[in-house]
Design a protein around this ligand. Structure first.
Ligand SMILES: [Zn+2]
Length: 252
């Protein structure tokens, strides 16, 4: 496994620590510069079983603090952060969106999408980030997302991330927010009010995302305060969510 995350504080995950004397058996003691916790660096267990890894992947979808996962599964925070980084890096950019199989599907079923933004904080209240989302109304899959500010540039980035077929064919419903104008081609764009019910599916998803991705509302670890990990957590949930929508469709 690639060693991506440095040794870190077992309390807050910070990599900013200093030497702080020795403990009784002569081992080097350290102190975290962020939270003050004292600790020694322990060698890692050699292997974590496949079962444990699967369990961790499920726990990462629940609103369980990372330190809670460490306690339940019996792993170090350092190992967990490396595992999360590796897991995020392997997420597919297609987000597990079901491909539109053939032209007939597109013609029979009109492609309709909703686009919306929700805000989140990364680390502290001064770092407000907007999560831009696009959903296929019929499959309920999240076909694209982007994390950034609330500018037209971010709207353009979201648009770029949307699969080609949708960009060419779909009708996009958004709230009145002007950023979409000139980004989504006018003939494919319907700006509607929240009360119209046309952007409701995505609002429900936003609620789910907030509940499940605790990193959107919490800032316990320095790891979670990094934008790339914030984005990774969102992408992780979307990839999982899209798979459940495919499974629902196959079993209905
Ligand atoms: Zn700390």
């Amino acid at each position: 496994m690639a060693m991506i995350v440095r040794d870190c504080c077992p309390e807050c995950g910070s990599t900013h620590y200093k030497k702080n004397g020795h403990i009784h058996n002569g081992k080097q003691n350290y102190q975290c510069k962020e939270c003050g916790r004292e600790f020694v660096l322990n060698p890692e267990p050699v292997t974590i079983s496949a079962e444990k890894r699967e369990l961790i992947k499920k726990l990462l979808l629940e609103r369980v603090p990372l330190r809670g996962i460490c306690r339940v599964v019996g792993i170090s925070l350092k190992w967990l952060l490396e595992f999360i980084t590796e897991t995020y890096n392997q997420l597919p950019d297609h987000l597990n969106v079901r491909a539109i199989e053939n032209e007939k599907d597109v013609i029979i079923q009109r492609l309709e999408c909703e686009a919306d933004e929700l805000w989140s904080f990364v680390g502290n209240k001064n770092n407000k980030q907007w999560v831009w989302l696009a959903m296929d109304v019929h499959t309920r899959q999240i076909i694209a997302f982007h994390v950034g500010d609330r500018s037209k540039k971010s709207a353009q980035q979201l648009w770029k991330n949307i699969p080609e077929t949708y960009r060419q064919r779909a009708t996009f419903y958004t709230d009145q927010y002007e950023s979409y104008a000139g980004v989504i081609p006018a003939k494919q764009h319907r700006a509607v009010s929240k009360e119209s019910g046309k952007v409701n599916h995505l609002e429900r998803f936003n609620g789910t995302l907030r509940q499940r991705v605790s990193r959107l509302v919490r800032k316990a670890l320095s790891f979670s305060k990094q934008l790339k990990n914030h984005i990774g957590a969102i992408k992780y949930f979307i990839c999982y969510y899209n798979l459940t929508k495919t499974q629902e469709a196959l079993h209905s």
